[in-house]
Design a protein around this ligand. Structure first.
Ligand code: SF4
Length: 322
């Protein structure tokens, strides 16, 4: 079998930063450190941090008074920020700067007197945080049909913003539908909302042209990982989302010679390695990587953590040899 890896794949700068914040906070302040919501949507990452001393909670009410608290990469609502401030909780904010950028866009449009149309998935942590960051009515749409169903006048002053784990390609049709239905709608340049989502999707599209099957490493509840698998399905390939190598079903490989392999933005490369190891148990495997975009972006850490260099943080961002 031939395995071709997508480039880029796996961890993005926002995920690397969020994990480092938790690891360095544990190093600097000692365990436990409380993390509101899963720091990134990957159980493997969460379990490793749990072993190091992170305690994951869904609500701030579960955090004891005075305990060091981290907000996840997905961001939080103003209510959550205010609750933490009212309780005097020492907070480290691991919200991805690109999510914060969407919050700022939404607030700017709200000050212009516009209602907000948020393109995203209901119930996703990022969407809930973004809705709670904007002082204006927010209408959530996920499809063009949702746009058609919006109960708003044609000339309502509106602005759209998007969930970061949707790419330009995902949102193009919805934005076009909004423009056709509403005469006074503005929006940001979506092409710069999240470089990582777009790059991973572009890489998978290229990969799908040269493979017989697609494997995506990621959690089933990871929005961007699911989307990568859908791209494989749209390309007409058998496409599977796997948490790790144990999830690979040998029956999938019947008649398959070339496997495309990628990983969602919250999936570490060691899980990609575990998939390759699982395939090697079934027969000889050669591994190569399709040429793609070289990502160099890094986000700075909160100033109080910049001088802490835990060995564990170093290990978490290493890319294993291919
Ligand atoms: Fe940030 Fe994009 Fe990564 Fe989400 S996928 S954490 S928005 S860089």
């Amino acid at each position: 079998m031939q395995v071709i890896l997508a480039k880029p794949r796996g961890f993005c700068a926002g995920v690397v930063r969020a994990i480092e914040i938790v690891e360095r906070a544990i190093d600097l302040y000692g365990a436990p450190v409380y993390v509101r919501h899963e720091i990134v949507h990957n159980r493997h990452v969460v379990n490793k941090l749990r072993q190091k001393g992170a305690i994951f909670v869904e609500e701030l009410a579960e955090v004891p008074d005075g305990a060091r608290t981290v907000f996840s990469a997905h961001g939080v609502s103003r209510d959550v920020e205010n609750e933490a401030a009212a309780r005097g909780l020492p907070v480290l904010d691991a919200t991805c700067p690109l999510v914060t950028k969407v919050h700022i866009q939404g607030r700017r449009y709200a000050t212009q007197g516009r209602a907000i149309v948020l393109i995203g998935h209901e119930g996703h942590a990022e969407v809930e945080g973004t809705i709670g960051q904007v002082d204006a009515p927010v209408y959530l749409v996920s499809t063009e049909a949702d746009v058609a169903a919006l109960d708003l006048p044609e000339d309502a002053p509106l602005a759209y913003i998007t969930q970061t784990t949707l790419s330009v390609d995902d949102t193009r049709g919805i934005i076009a539908a909004l423009g056709e239905r509403f005469s006074d709608i503005v929006g940001p340049n979506v092409s710069d909302i999240c470089y990582a989502t777009q790059n991973r999707q572009t890489a998978v599209r290229d990969l799908c042209r040269v493979v017989d099957m697609l494997l995506v490493v990621g959690a089933e509840y990871s929005s961007n990982s699911s989307r990568l698998r859908e791209i494989g399905v749209d390309a007409g390939l058998p496409s599977y989302l796997v948490a790790d190598g144990d999830a690979v079903d040998p029956a999938w490989l019947k008649g398959i010679e070339t496997i495309g392999l990628t990983a969602g933005a919250s999936a570490p490369d060691e899980l990609v390695d575990s998939v390759i190891a699982a395939l090697r148990k079934l027969g000889p495997v050669t591994v190569s990587q399709l040429d793609g975009i070289e990502e160099t972006l890094e986000f700075s850490l909160p100033s109080e953590l910049r001088n802490v260099i835990p060995p564990a943080a170093q290990a978490s961002v290493q890319i294993p040899a291919e």
